[in-house]
Design a protein around this ligand. Structure first.
Ligand code: HAM
Length: 457
């Protein structure tokens, strides 16, 4: 006897079921619509990359690189040498991969700025909880080759618009900060280190380590002791240089103009080392828990140079798709249903089955979506399936219709029917579908049994 066990997807992952397809498609299409409307081209990078791509960009001392990477172990020993051998990880985010692709494909020769968007799964070995998973999806937008502060504001506004399109903007706020630049940040790092040093023994072990390696990460720590000390820590914004201050002033002024609701959050340093200047996250006003942002991003003006490219200012953001979906569900937002098939072809008997195949193929060739279930023989079952599929029309071919080369076209909404020649089906159906909504209709309880249906014929 095979062993009985409860099969489950790995911890922190989830299946996306057909019943949620409308929701996922709604979110993806809304992002895609805005992104392409604003001139972003779609870029899909591989799900795994060389470890260096991410460690170089995100920072060796960050939690993501230290604790949350999924390594890809090769199943087959390949006779291969080179940097990527045994050194691949599942991508924890998209920005570093976009930078790698920008350099690989010589995008600096394209008209600047280069605007790219992506949509796909990311992987981080975090402790799973509501809204935090080990495989999660992001929709990302990146602009490379533009340092104008109004670009920062417009990118945030694009996110704001997407949330508006989705119907979930009400009650959201943008937390925003400036991280300064390589000119002014070292000064802040010194001030911050000087503040924490006398309290060193109160810090969590990870932060004691961070204090020498990367003190900015202390502001990111979720441990209670470190959170308490953070309250009186010197603020980055007080140390930034005049150029960074001016950049930030224009970003905020532009956000005011655009009507985006924001909150200056001096401790917002985010979990990546690549950020410079503007950083931001969007969250619900009434939700101050950490790890609750619907999305976030910022500038990474130094990253391309760090990868050996030409100095190229850049900014981007990523939207957490599961978190957006949770909010849609919490707020009970009505989602447009998926389009249903155009027609369901019902067959009764061997000869009718052949005619049905022929019809389904012909309708398909003409761009109509025709469903059928040839494994089912009863009229009642097939009508139920048609009803559940949400189609507006069914075509019924019984033995008599197969002989006469006719079919019964049934309007499932009005419960009316007419007999038409099989040769005319494409024209008639196209005509009947004109101006009719393709949205899936709510199933009704079909009370038709074979006899009453025959009688009604
Ligand atoms: P991030 O803040 O790490 O930024 O992720 C962006 C969003 O992805 C988060 O605000 C959250 O909604 C979602 N997210 C992150 N981790 C998880 C998780 N474990 N489970 C569920 N959702 C999650 C980035 O990834 C940057 N690459 C954003 C960026 C683009 N910066 C510049 N360009």
């Amino acid at each position: 006897m095979p062993e009985k066990r409860d099969w489950r997807s790995p911890r922190g992952t989830h299946d996306i079921l057909p019943e949620n397809e409308a929701l996922w498609r709604y979110v993806r299409d809304t992002i895609a619509h805005r992104a392409s409307g604003f001139g972003y081209g779609r870029l899909e990078t591989p799900i795994f990359e060389e470890r260096d791509v991410f460690s170089k960009a995100i920072g060796e001392a960050t939690d993501i690189i230290q604790k949350e990477m999924f390594e890809v172990r090769r199943a087959i020993e390949e006779k291969e040498t080179g940097a990527d051998r045994d050194n691949l990880i599942l991508r924890p985010e998209g920005t570093a991969a976009v930078v790698r692709a920008y350099l690989e494909h010589g995008m600096h020769t394209w008209p600047q700025p280069v605007k790219l968007w992506y949509f796909g799964p990311m992987f981080r070995a975090e402790r799973p909880q509501r809204g935090r998973y080990r495989q999660f999806w992001q929709g990302g937008l990146e602009i490379l080759g533009d340092d104008d502060p109004t670009t920062d504001a417009l990118l945030i506004y694009l996110f704001w618009q997407i949330l508006g399109d989705l119907g979930i903007r009400e009650g959201l706020i943008v937390d925003i900060n400036s991280m300064g630049c390589p000119t002014c940040r070292p000064k802040y790092r010194k001030t911050l280190t000087a503040y924490y040093q006398p309290h060193q023994e109160k810090l969590c072990p990870a932060c004691q380590n961070r204090l020498t390696k990367n003190p900015l990460r202390l502001l990111d720590c979720k441990e209670e002791a470190c959170q308490n000390l953070k309250k009186d820590a010197p603020q980055l914004f007080d140390s930034i240089c005049t150029a960074c201050r001016e950049h930030f002033r224009i970003v905020l002024e532009s956000l005011d103009e655009l009507g985006v609701v924001y909150n200056l959050k001096a401790t917002l340093v985010r979990g990546f080392d690549y950020y410079t200047r503007t950083t931001f996250e969007i969250r619900a006003i009434d939700d101050t828990r950490s790890q609750n942002a619907l999305g976030g991003g910022g500038r990474y003006d130094g990253l391309l140079e760090q990868f050996g490219g030409k100095a190229t200012p850049a900014i981007g953001l990523a939207i957490g798709i599961e978190r957006v979906i949770l909010r849609l569900q919490d707020l009970n937002i009505a989602i447009p249903s998926l389009p249903a098939g155009d027609v369901f072809v019902i067959q009764l008997g061997e000869r009718a089955k052949k005619a049905c195949f022929n019809l389904v193929a012909r309708l398909g060739d003409q761009g109509l979506s025709a469903l059928c279930q040839p494994g089912k023989d009863s009229l009642k079952t097939q009508l139920r399936l048609a009803d559940r599929a949400g189609v507006r029309f069914t075509l019924i071919i019984g033995q008599r219709e197969a002989l006469d080369e006719t079919a019964i076209l049934r309007n499932m909404v009005e419960a009316t029917q007419e007999t038409i020649m099989q040769s005319e089906i494409v024209e008639v159906l196209t005509e009947r579908l004109r101006g009719v909504s393709r949205a899936r209709r709510e199933p009704t309880i079909i009370d038709t049994d074979e006899e009453s249906f025959s009688e009604s014929r």
